[in-house]
Design a protein around this ligand. Structure first.
Ligand code: ADP
Ligand code: MG
Length: 254
């Protein structure tokens, strides 16, 4: 059903009046987010609201890798979570290939995320009791792909990231760089339109981090990638770097 919604809206977005403007893979339009306000989350005992994003507008085209830079607390992760539909901003819209996620039910948003967004975290977030292959196959369980096809796809992806000989290893039997490569393979399992990576090299030494960045560069050739980091060499792989301060875009390096 979501495919139908996305299909309908994507074709509506490419009607003649918009012909010269391709539908962006991601569009944030006037996004403001307050944690602790409606739709946000507040830790127990916390009373105040925090304005994490103020009127943020960003377009990302397919094939474009965007770097999000800014000091800790400037709103990078909040943007990525909004793009993934993990949170609904207080105001503004978040579109994936022309479909606004903000009015969707949680169930539909989750469905869109599972189909169209791959997520890479700083701390890998692999399930410790599952093999590398089972971790990579996991998103395909959620999207209803049959077991044989899942195993085949997971093995192919692990081979692609250079881990064809590690498919049955547990995360605890892999190095940090290998774990992050498993996480990238997992992010690609559903062949997503958008990949978000939140400080993906934060836990890795320089050489290992660079190998992971090469991989993300490859990933970004066909997809929209949003990469949050405060590390210069990580940001160097981006086609465009957007700078945030206190939840506002202060530079968008077109
Ligand atoms: P960054 O990723 O750039 O470090 P974040 O997006 O995590 O920044 O945070 C932006 C602001 O929102 C910060 O002031 C942070 O303290 C606040 N914040 C982030 N997550 C939450 C949350 N779950 N509840 C309340 N405030 C939050
Ligand atoms: Mg962050």
């Amino acid at each position: 059903m979501i495919h139908r919604i996305l299909g309908t809206l994507a074709s509506a977005a490419s009607q003649p009046s918009d012909e010269r403007q391709p539908t962006p893979a991601v569009r944030l339009d006037g996004v403001t987010h307050e944690y602790g306000a409606t739709g946000g989350r507040l830790r127990a005992g916390e009373q105040r609201t925090v304005t994490a994003l103020r009127d943020v507008s960003i377009d990302v085209q397919p094939g474009e890798t965007i770097g999000l830079e800014g000091p800790s607390g400037s709103g990078k992760s909040t943007i990525l979570h909004a793009v993934a539909g993990l949170l609904v901003p207080t105001s503004g819209s978040v579109e994936l290939i022309g479909t606004d996620l903000t009015p969707l039910s949680t169930r539909k948003r989750t469905h869109v995320r599972r189909q169209h967004v791959g997520i890479v975290f700083q701390h890998f977030h692999l399930l410790p009791s599952l093999s590398a292959r089972a971790n990579v196959a996991l998103p395909l369980v959620q999207t209803g792909v049959p077991k044989r096809a899942r195993r085949k796809r997971a093995t192919e992806l692990l081979t692609q990231v250079g881990l064809g000989d590690r498919t049955t290893h547990l995360p605890s039997e892999l190095s940090g760089g290998e774990r992050q490569r498993v996480a990238i393979a997992r992010a690609l399992a559903t062949d997503p339109t958008v990949v978000i990576a939140d400080e993906p090299t934060g836990e890795l030494d320089t050489a290992t981090g660079n190998a992971v960045l090469d991989l993300l560069t490859d990933v970004g050739r066909e997809r929209a990638v949003l990469l949050a980091s405060h590390d210069e060499s990580t940001l160097a792989v981006a086609d465009r770097v957007i700078t945030l301060r206190d939840g506002q875009v202060v530079a968008d390096g077109h």
